[in-house]
Design a protein around this ligand. Structure first.
Ligand code: CAO
Length: 425
């Protein structure tokens, strides 16, 4: 079956996490993704957090599926010549170097447009234009500067970062959307354009509801935050909300049977207004259906702690899965806290390709997260990440149409790091 991005060629100059998540998605949608890596070392994540000696780390393999790898020294004149050829042969250049790196290599936006006016030049940077535009940024810095950390955690604790990589993978997703949008516009303009996704902007976009709450504070305390019912005053800024539900339907994480020994024996429970009567029946508090202190959503807001403590008395008599089964029967929104172990072993996630097993020549079988976006006419087949420089010669010949003599000259120049790909170490 054809793929949505068949015929699109990506010059993938990305490294670490944010850029690679973007190009991996594009590769899953069918783009030919050519990853340019520094000879000898490649993407720094190949050797970071290594669990199998001599094999690319899971950090690298899980972010670089379905790509081809070419090693090129961008600072070597022949390497630069090859890169220029690739710029001309590709539709999109994606990079997430530190600020100014690509300019220092000689590839300014002006130069790229001269080489290929149809090229879409897409970048992840830590910050957009402004006081911090020259700063390097990693995941947690973006979470802190994009509003996530100040609004995550408990009221009586410090700001917290989340396990979800909203700065890196989240910005990679934003960038991928920018790229396909620019490709779409190119079908009418015939021109490429610059696409920028900054990590601060991406995190803030995901924290949109917290900026909503910042403005609502002017109108008085945020009644759906549980601190309201506990008489804790609000300050000037959107507070940390613990496990409060973000919307108008109050929720909290509560204990289930076995919580004393299992750190994940918890369930998220939402007291959605339309099913309030059913909740009262399930937990054995039928009197709350008519009690004026509990019958209406507004009346419940100052009493959320009491309500969740009471519901917890019921959930503590059930495992999280038993509670989920019972609550689902009554259409009560809830979700067990799943550990990574449980997710890895979940058959339904394997069946949909959301969790996939991939074979790798150096590390054997490992689990990865497949494509979370499912297209009915462009199915994703996850193939292993490339070894360092595995496709160097193939790309020189197939994409750049170099003949034997030219390939030999490029190799002899040291631009690709030697005759043998480093992958053959
Ligand atoms: N050939 C020759 N040189 C190469 C090369 C190649 N194929 N690939 C990279 N390099 C060189 C670059 O030219 C640059 O050298 P100079 O600084 O001398 O110009 C250097 O390698 C890479 O620089 P960098 O600033 O990108 O890398 P870093 O490890 O110092 O910083 C990071 C990493 C992620 C902090 C930085 O790239 C960054 O801020 N990126 C933008 C934001 C981002 O994506 N952050 C998330 C990363 S995922 O957590």
């Amino acid at each position: 079956m054809s793929k949505a991005l068949d015929g699109v060629r990506i010059l993938d100059f990305t490294h670490v996490q944010s850029g690679p998540t973007c190009t991996q998605l594009l590769a899953w949608f069918g783009a030919d993704c050519i990853k340019v890596e520094r000879p000898g070392t490649g993407d720094v994540t190949r050797s970071q957090l290594r669990d199998v000696p001599g094999a690319d780390s899971l950090y690298f393999t899980m972010l670089n599926h379905n790509k081809r790898s070419i090693t090129l020294d961008a600072k070597n004149p022949q390497g630069k010549e090859v890169l220029e050829g690739l710029v001309k042969a590709c539709d999109v250049l994606v990079e997430n170097f530190g600020p100014g790196v690509l300019d220092r290599m000689g590839f300014t936006w002006e130069r790229l447009q001269e080489l290929n006016p149809r090229l879409i030049y897409a970048s992840v940077k830590g910050f957009g234009p402004g006081p911090y535009e020259d700063c390097k940024v990693y995941e947690n810095v973006a979470q802190c500067t994009g509003g996530a950390a100040s609004t995550t955690g408990f009221l009586d604790g410090p700001p917290l970062v989340t396990g979800a990589q909203i700065g890196d993978s989240g910005t990679g997703l934003h960038l991928a959307l920018g790229i396909v949008t620019a490709l779409f516009q190119r079908t009418t303009t015939g021109k490429g354009q610059r696409v920028l996704a900054s990590m601060q902007d991406g995190v803030l976009n995901l924290c949109r509801v917290k900026l909503r709450d910042q403005q609502r504070l002017k109108a008085g305390p945020l009644q759906e935050y549980s601190q309201y019912g506990q008489g804790i005053a609000f300050g000037e800024a959107t507070p940390r909300a613990g496990n409060d539900s973000g919307g108008g339907q109050p929720g909290w994480i509560i204990k289930c049977k076995g919580y004393e020994t299992d750190p994940n024996a918890y369930i998220y429970f939402i007291t959605q207004a339309p099913v309030w009567d059913k909740i009262c029946k399930v937990i054995g508090k039928e009197e709350w259906i008519t009690d004026p202190d509990f019958a209406k959503p507004d009346a419940r807001l100052p009493r959320l702690k009491l309500i969740f403590d009471t519901i917890e008395q019921w959930t503590m008599t059930k495992t999280k899965f038993e509670a989920m089964d019972i609550l689902n029967e009554f259409d009560i929104p809830c979700g067990p806290i799943l550990s990574m172990k449980e997710i890895a072993e979940e058959p339904s996630l394997r069946a949909t390709g959301t969790v996939v097993e991939v074979d790798h020549p150096k590390r054997g079988k490992y689990l990865s997260v497949g494509n979370p976006i499912k297209l009915s006419d462009s199915p994703t087949d996850v193939t292993r990440s490339p070894l360092l420089g595995e496709h160097t010669e193939e790309i020189l010949r197939d994409v750049l149409r170099y003949d034997d003599a030219k390939v030999a000259a490029i190799k002899a120049s040291g631009a690709t790091g030697g005759a043998k790909p480093a992958a053959a170490e």
